[in-house]
Design a protein around this ligand. Structure first.
Ligand SMILES: NC(=O)c1ccc[n+]([C@@H]2O[C@H](COP(=O)([O-])OP(=O)(O)OC[C@H]3O[C@@H](n4cnc5c(N)ncnc54)[C@H](O)[C@@H]3O)[C@@H](O)[C@H]2O)c1
Length: 307
């Protein structure tokens, strides 16, 4: 029996749990959530208020709390349980130092860890990677619609760009945002939208821009030999993916996490970025976002209030 633990069963945690019960192998699923709503009744799932109650040996642990307490949750977990593999939600931490500390700790405990920036695991972007064989000087455009928030989701786009151009050393060279920050649905966090330009060291360019559309993110790739458009359809009730004219399934989180878990069980690996690689992208993004928050608040901000 494989022991799987989910810490935080709110919005996205619930989707991870729905996926866990689809895993082909038999799992013992332990959920830690102090404010549980909508329990899924299943013989393989047990619920706990805190980490103390769960098994001492955890094969795979998924941490789906907000960013501000993620480090504390990891410290509690790693100091009291034996964990083999971990998946962390994005935004992983709100400052760069926490990455260094946690990477060092996980390494010392031999825990392999990934970050749930799921676009690279989506069939559309895997197909796109096969088709586009990105050369030098490719121009990527990522159009986002009204249902998207740049502050919290920029890391998804940076991770996708890194995946498609095989380069984690990205730089945000321009960030033009809304004048005002808005309160996020996540307490203590703030949201902004705007346009962003990013370059890779291997000379690819990405332009991220908000467009006037209700739903669906679209990525266009242009180079002398490749022109591809991919993304989600524009109907939120019937989420489909496409690459040029070809329709490709777009997987909800509730049909993705099971694939990560099966891959980890079968080959000790999965389609997501490792924490080490994701840290490179997060740190670059956090340093840019911190300057923006510091300017808006007119004081030096240490932790970016995003999740
Ligand atoms: N990868 C993605 O596509 C994706 C999608 C949605 C959300 N997220 C990320 O997931 C994180 C959570 O987002 P959400 O919308 O589910 O938030 P949420 O507030 O709905 O859920 C967080 C849950 O954590 C619980 N919690 C708080 N402290 C805890 C503790 N000590 N132990 C266990 N549980 C605890 C809360 O009670 C809450 O239910 C955020 O960082 C968010 O950005 C990622």
């Amino acid at each position: 029996m494989v022991n799987v633990c989910l810490v935080g069963c709110g919005g996205v945690g619930r989707r991870h749990l729905e996926a866990m019960i689809k895993v082909k192998q038999e799992l013992n699923i332990e959920v830690v959530e102090p404010y549980l709503k909508n329990k899924i009744e299943n013989n393989n799932i047990s619920y706990f208020n805190d980490i103390k109650g769960v098994s001492d040996n955890i094969d795979i642990c998924l941490i789906a709390t907000k960013a501000d307490i993620r480090k504390k949750v990891i410290l509690d977990l790693v100091h009291s349980k034996n964990v083999k593999f971990m998946i962390l939600e994005k935004v992983v931490f709100q400052n760069e130092r926490d990455f260094d500390e946690i990477i060092k700790l996980l390494k010392s405990k031999n825990i392999k860890c990934w970050v749930n920036c799921h676009l690279r695991a989506q069939p559309i972007y895997k197909e796109l990677k096969k088709q586009s064989m990105v050369e030098h000087d490719t121009y990527f455009t990522y159009d986002y619609s009204d249902d998207f928030t740049l502050s919290t989701s920029a890391i998804h786009i940076l991770d996708l760009f890194a995946y498609l151009c095989n380069d984690y050393n990205l730089r945000i060279i321009r960030l033009k945002t809304d004048e005002t920050l808005t309160k996020s649905k996540h307490e203590g966090c703030f949201d902004f939208n705007g346009n962003m330009e990013v370059v890779s060291t291997n000379n690819h360019k990405l332009s991220v821009q908000k467009v006037n559309r209700v739903f669906g993110e679209h990525l266009t790739i242009q180079s002398p030999s490749v022109q591809v458009k991919a993304g989600e359809g524009t109907d939120p009730d019937n989420k489909v993916g496409f690459v040029n004219d070809k329709k490709i399934p777009y997987l909800y989180q509730s049909s993705l996490t099971n694939l990560y878990i099966e891959d980890i069980i079968n080959k000790s690996d999965c389609d997501l970025s490792t924490l080490e690689n994701s840290a490179i992208l997060h740190k670059m993004m956090l340093s840019t976002f911190r300057d923006l928050f510091s300017k808006k608040y007119n004081r030096e901000v240490m932790d970016c209030p995003i999740t």
